[in-house]
Design a protein around this ligand. Structure first.
Ligand code: SF4
Length: 72
């Protein structure tokens, strides 16, 4: 297994549970998603002026030292 966000348990795309992510998602062009290793951090201001929490955006080919292989 290659260390990459796509194969990490903390990677999320399209509100899918990690166990629902398949190779077909990679083939469908899901090149980016969110890292859910940590809680959301304050992001940009919404149209209503509220600050909303956001998870960091990552590319499928990224990785970091917290990589944890996803159970398939
Ligand atoms: S940034 Fe690290 S912890 Fe987050 S999804 Fe990628 S490898 Fe996993």
């Amino acid at each position: 297994m290659t260390r990459c966000c796509f194969d990490c348990d903390y990677f999320q795309i399209d509100d899918k549970e990690p166990s629902e992510i398949t190779e077909a998602d990679r083939d469908d062009g899901c090149a980016e998603g969110e890292c859910h290793f940590r809680p959301p951090a304050l992001g940009t201001e919404s149209a209503s002026g509220r600050l909303l929490g956001e998870f960091p955006k990552v590319f499928a080919i990224d990785w970091c030292g917290q990589f944890k292989p996803r159970n398939k």
